[in-house]
Design a protein around this ligand. Structure first.
Ligand code: NOJ
Length: 984
């Protein structure tokens, strides 16, 4: 009954209610709270720089950038060009000096750095008595870079013109690259083989907001000249120069305006990729409006964006300011090394189109505009020419992805939360009961005693040792969450130690910063501080984090950092970190420093000797360039919605080509309850994420694969088994990523840079160099997918060998039980086909090789194996074989990829001596093999009598549309040995 006074419901109201409930069931009800996060117009420096760009554009040819290189300051030595760039402060006679360094690196990469002379000398005053540093932040390189900085010995300055002219430097491989520095206005061009690929300040948008004294308004003075600031950058208003408020929080900005901005153009390039993390397409969109474009720049300001939306340039949890520009046969790159809040505008301009000559279109130039709130201008330029060249050179600078432990690339089972140790053990048993493989079970925040990290709740987890032991029985692991916010409560030694040692991030007054997160009132460990790292390392020792065991690994969440009551759910920008750097300067690095400390802690947990160490596994939500060295990332709090499943593919691909390939998305969707179909499709897609974890919000229904019901449970189990069977291929791809920077899953353009139609494709991907091409189903009710094949190379269905060939789109059936997966001709794929409970139990299993012959009858591939956990591989403790079936000799051989001699080589070979190839499947097998019943195997080191031993062989004719195939039965050749199988 309705309470007295409540309106009487009419028939119309309930109907509306029902409709609205129905709509809520159909439409995702969750959406980001837009007013929590800034738009460009609400972010002072972004608005100022966009206005600067608009002013320049409106003045068009009469606009001249006020920056000029002083020719008398120019010098060149040891691969570095140095000079001073002078800014004429508009509307005044004043100038500001910016020391320029252009470093030409041995790798062929060029680095351009602009600092601010006055701030470098400390010759400025800070407002509000701030303790912040006076220099522009110059330590981003310390965190992000690990190598590749050797200066070129071959770079030469070839020309210096008169004062209005330019200096030219020839550099790079075979001197094929050239940098042209034009003095006035100052600009830079980068050329390869005589053609310009990258231009700086072409549009005159270079803007280094120099330090200036705030002139307080004198009482009685109007808005006349004297009442204004001493120096004026732009005609715009100054309301965001000296402080800035948003969402009830005021940023005190003790150094005033200090942004750095630059336009960077890619002439002739239609596609740009990278700058993760955004829920957007891989090929980035234009951001200045227009049909299908965004109105906002892409933003990089790591934040806990609750219920993030699709197809948006909004910032997310991580930031990698690395971009690739791509066109047919050429890829170049750019790394904007700056850790402050950054926005990037992208426009694509058609030039040279002749309206009278029908069909002759002009070329597209992509123009980008980079804007950061503070710090140095520090940009690296990569001239390619291939996507692989660019990712490798970028990886040489920021580090290649860590080679993970093998368990880490298997399947992870997570939810918020497994609530007791009994619960964990029961889930573990149920996976076994249903014969479903998994390697890792996860504990979210509820395992702790009242959100105090480094504790287990004694009521719900009374016996963590027993829990770990049960998992270890099947080589399984446990990952426990440790967040950076430390509960502000009495009787908690961790918080006492952190505060008494002065290891917490500070507020602007230099006191420990207190904010709100899961535990309530909290402090944040400041991992920029080397002493904090040392302290953190101690906390993970088994006698400190009591209840953990060698099979415990770590999840670092909320490390943007997420602060529930902070501006944009993070820390105030005027907070201070170690060295008195403002949070503003280092924000995007914060997550990396936290994971770095955890990585170090895990590395030293078992001892200081390399022999005692095992590869850490740390999952992070927040990241920056370089985080790939420390572990995996995932795309945060997605939703159980088809659109989020679809978005995961471009997000993961984009992360991969941006140097951080160990990436995944919550399988099933974090928020909400997926339909059984969605969950099944998500597992099929997840089986092709480099990081493969099912996870769910605390309010969702349980959805472990065995709970879903038939036929879904069986189909999900098949997807998991597919992942496990292909683990040797995945591990080989991770190895390649760890030494070359090649992504683990690769977009089409990466493998086919000469094919223009491949450039925008971001919903299908290759697994490493295996030729396996997957196009997961991401739409409800779909029973077939269109796969784009770039050329006439045949592809074969992974499961039934149906043959497809391009160029163009082919339709591949995809009933629910099938993930569309093709094998490209010419490849050899290593597998382990015996179903097991975990990857650890597969270590000594035999291999199957799937040889997919090309039209000529050849194929090749690789396998990389090591112990999957230690660092012995660094001392040769691995097996890396190349397999090739030669079209001419019809022999399949196994050879070492490279001479591999190290202290651990022999021991690992001995350990693997019993691991054999148990089957060779040849797809697209020639008809001439019809009727053959044996082939001959020779193996290095075999006894005379075994030199050319016959083994069983069968050739099977392909039914209509399917390839013929053949199988070599148990050739029993050692995986670490040289051998030959003769099919002739
Ligand atoms: C936020 C993370 O994104 C989510 O995965 C996790 O479950 C919750 N924090 C609770 O720790």
């Amino acid at each position: 009954m309705a309470p007295a006074g409540s309106p009487v419901l009419t028939w119309g109201r309930p109907l509306l209610l029902v409709l609205s409930v129905l709509c809520n069931l159909i439409l995702p009800s969750a959406a980001v709270k837009h007013d929590l996060f800034k738009t460009c117009s609400q972010s002072g420096f972004c608005a100022r720089n966009r206005a600067y760009a608009d002013a320049a554009a409106s003045l068009s040819s009469s606009w001249a950038s006020p920056y000029a290189l002083d020719p008398s300051s120019l010098s060149f030595s040891d691969g570095q060009l140095r000079a001073t760039v002078v800014k004429a402060v508009l509307g005044t006679d004043a100038t500001a000096n910016f020391p320029l360094t252009v470093s030409f690196l041995e790798s062929g990469v060029a680095r351009v750095t602009l600092d601010e002379e006055r701030r470098r000398k400390g010759d400025i005053e800070l407002r509000h008595g701030s303790k912040a540093r006076k220099e522009r932040y110059d330590e981003a390189a310390k965190w992000a870079l690990v190598g590749g900085l050797e200066l070129s010995k071959g770079a030469v300055m070839t020309e210096v013109d008169d004062p209005n002219g330019a200096a030219k430097v020839r550099y790079g491989p075979d001197g094929k690259f050239e940098a042209v520095v034009t003095f006035a206005p100052f600009s830079l061009e980068f050329l390869r083989d005589g053609a310009t690929h990258v231009k700086f300040n072409e549009r005159g948008l270079l803007n280094m907001e120099h330090w200036r004294q705030k002139k307080e308004k004198v009482e009685g003075e109007g808005e006349g000249e004297e009442g204004k600031q001493e120096m004026v950058d732009t005609p715009e208003d100054e309301s965001t120069w000296w402080d800035e408020s948003f969402g009830g929080n005021t940023d005190s900005k003790p150094r005033g305006p200090e942004s750095v901005a630059l336009d960077i153009s890619f002439p002739g390039y239609e596609h740009v990729y990278g700058i993760p993390e955004h829920a957007s397409s891989m090929s980035l969109k234009q951001t200045r409006g227009g049909h299908g474009n965004y109105n906002e720049p892409y933003r990089l300001y790591n934040a806990d964006v609750f219920e993030y939306i699709m197809d948006s340039p909004m910032t997310l949890y991580g930031a990698i300011p690395f971009m690739q520009a791509h066109r047919k046969d050429s890829t170049v790159g750019l790394f904007w090394l700056n850790a402050a809040e950054t926005w990037i505008d992208i426009v694509k301009a058609k030039t040279g189109a002749n309206p009278l000559s029908l069909g002759v279109s002009g070329k597209t130039n992509t123009q980008t505009h980079w804007m950061s709130e503070s710090g140095l201008l520090d940009v690296f330029v990569f001239l390619g020419p291939t996507p692989r060249d660019v990712t490798t050179k970028y990886g040489e600078l920021t580090g290649f992805t860590q080679l993970p432990q093998e368990f880490a690339i298997a399947y992870h089972q997570c939810r918020w939360n497994y609530v007791t140790d009994q619960d964990v053990m029961a889930v573990d048993r149920k996976f076994d009961k249903h014969d479903i493989p998994y390697d890792v079970i996860w504990l979210d925040i509820e395992y702790t005693q009242e959100k105090k990290y480094f504790t287990f709740d004694p009521l719900t987890f009374p016996d963590p040792k027993k829990m770990h032991a049960q998992l270890d029985g099947h080589h399984r692991k446990l990952v426990a969450i440790i967040d950076p916010h430390i509960k502000n409560v009495g009787d908690y030694p961790i918080v006492d130690e952190m505060k008494s040692k002065g290891l917490a991030a500070m507020n602007k007054d230099g006191n420990a910063y207190e904010g709100w997160c899961w535990p309530g009132s909290s402090y944040w460990v400041d991992c920029f501080n080397p002493l904090a790292i040392e302290w953190w390392k101690g906390l993970f020792k088994y006698d400190r984090f009591i209840g953990t065991a060698p099979n415990t690994f770590i999840w670092n969440d909320m490390n943007e950092p997420s602060v529930f009551n902070g501006p944009e759910t993070t820390m105030p920008k005027d907070n201070l970190h170690h060295g008195n750097w403002e949070h503003r300067d280092v924000h995007n690095l914060n997550g990396l420093t936290f994971v770095n400390a955890t990585y170090e802690a895990m590395l030293y947990r078992d001892g200081k000797k390399p022999a005692d160490m095992r590869r850490p596994f740390v999952l992070t939500r927040s990241f920056y360039a370089g985080s790939q060295r420390m572990g995996a990332m995932w795309t945060g709090d997605n939703q159980a919605d088809w659109s989020h499943l679809a978005a995961s593919l471009p997000m993961i691909l984009n992360n991969g080509i941006s140097g951080f390939p160990f990436a995944g998305a919550d399988v099933g969707g974090f928020f909400g309850n997926p339909s059984k179909e969605l969950l099944t499709r998500w597992y099929q897609a997840g089986a092709f994420y480099p990081f493969f974890r099912g996870h769910a919000h605390i309010d969702t229904r349980r959805r472990e694969p065995y709970l879903v019901g038939e036929p879904y449970t069986s189909i999900i189990t098949q997807a998991l088994r597919l992942r496990y069977a292909l683990l040797p291929a995945w591990y080989t791809a991770f190895h390649e990523a760890s030494v070359t920077g090649a992504p683990v899953v690769r977009p089409m353009f990466y493998e086919h840079p000469a094919d223009e139609a491949s450039a925008p494709v971001d919903d299908q991907m290759y697994l490493g160099g295996t030729g396996l091409l997957v196009k997961p189903v991401t739409a409800e009710g779909q029973t077939a997918v269109d796969v784009y094949l770039p050329d006439s190379t045949p592809y074969f269905d992974y499961f039934d060998f149906t043959r497809y060939a391009g160029p163009g789109v082919v339709r591949v059936p995809a009933p629910l039980e099938k993930v569309p997966l093709l094998m490209g001709a010419g490849h050899i794929i290593p597998r382990r086909d015996r179903p097991r409970r975990s990857s650890g139990l597969m270590k000594y299993d035999p291999l199957t090789l799937v040889v997919v012959l090309d039209e000529a009858g050849g194929a090749s591939g690789e396998v990389y194996l090591d112990d999957g956990e230690s660092f012995d591989f660094e001392q040769g403790g691995y097996i890396h074989r190349r397999f090739a079936l030669d079209a001419g000799t019809r022999a399949l051989t196994s050879v070492d990829v490279a001479a591999r001699k190290g202290a651990k080589t022999a021991a690992f070979e001995r350990d693997m001596a019993g691991v054999k190839v148990e089957r060779v499947v040849v797809v697209n097998a020639p008809e001439e093999w019809k009727g053959k019943t044996e082939v001959h195997v020779s193996e290095e080191g075999a006894r005379e009598s075994q030199r050319r031993r016959p083994v069983g062989f069968e050739w099977v004719e392909g039914a209509k549309g399917k390839a013929s195939w053949a199988v070599v039965r148990n050739p029993k050749v050692g995986v670490g040995k040289g051998w030959k199988i003769d099919f002739s």
